[in-house]
Design a protein around this ligand. Structure first.
Ligand code: PEP
Length: 258
């Protein structure tokens, strides 16, 4: 089974509207000479307040080479949830993907496996693609519980989803100790964990979904790491933080995944 690679840029809490539109335009400019069919699926995730501006930049360009994700969304449709933004709302602003369960959201904002599961269901119900993050802390890795921890995160996130919905989803394996630290996980080890995740998907949703689901690696991905990472059997792309904040390095990562 050949899976289309995905390179997703998580801009985290960076950039005002004009800066976000500028970066989106700069990414498209970097990719302008590449045929769309040759590219991986390229996704950028600005902050909520920049969704409209980035969507406008992507739509005005009309090249269709870059898609947009929200960095989060709430599972309720509307109501008394001060400060939250629903999946309907990010869809309305042009997002086609939503990142959920990022370790920063789990750590600083109390996002639980149960919330991530509710978000995944709502995202899929509305025809968007969830990018479901999972990963172990350094303490968990050193205690030898990496695989069991990640398997339980994945089982909880996918609970109650149809095999078809699982196949459409994207998972990002992001060891917490590799995020923003410059310490990339060894590619063979990342591939081993991702193959383990694919086995968990097979267990809960069947072989076809396990073959189709894209599983990305995230954690200090850089232009000089991506080629080796993409050469591994089970790594289908990357979720990129820091290196997605400049068009040049993000585009180099995109090209390295071709
Ligand atoms: C991330 O934000 O998901 C991430 C992997 O960040 P970085 O690439 O900076 O480690």
């Amino acid at each position: 089974m050949s899976r289309r690679p995905v390179i997703a840029g998580n801009w985290k809490m960076h950039k005002l509207q004009s800066e976000s539109a500028e970066l989106a335009n700069a990414v498209m400019k970097e990719l302008k000479d590449i045929d769309k069919a040759a590219l991986p699926e390229v996704v950028i995730a600005p902050v909520y307040t920049s969704l409209y501006a980035v969507n406008k930049a992507l739509t005005d360009c009309g090249c269709g080479k870059v898609k947009m994700a929200a960095q989060n969304a709430f599972y309720e449709t509307q109501g008394a949830f001060t400060g939250e933004v629903s999946v309907e709302m990010v869809k309305d602003a042009g997002a086609e993907y939503v990142i959920i369960g990022h370790s920063e959201r789990r750590q600083y904002f109390g996002e639980t496996d149960e919330m991530i599961n509710k978000k995944a269901k709502k995202i899929l119900e509305l025809g968007l693609v969830p990018i479901i993050c999972c990963g172990e802390s350094l303490e968990q890795r050193e205690a030898g519980v990496t695989d069991s921890h990640i398997a339980s995160q994945i089982k909880a996130a996918l609970d109650g989803l149809s095999a078809e919905d699982v196949a459409k989803s994207i998972i990002a394996y992001e060891p917490i100790w590799a995020i923003g630290t410059g310490k990339t996980c060894d590619s063979d080890e990342a591939n081993r964990v991702i193959a383990m995740i694919r086995n968990v998907v097979k267990e809960v949703a069947g072989a076809d979904s396990a073959d189709k689901i894209r599983i990305l690696y995230g954690g200090s991905v850089k232009p000089n790491t991506i080629v080796e990472q993409m050469s591994k059997s089970d790594i289908d792309g990357a979720l990129v933080g820091g290196a997605s904040l400049t068009a040049d390095s993000f585009a180099q990562i995109v090209k390295g995944a071709m």
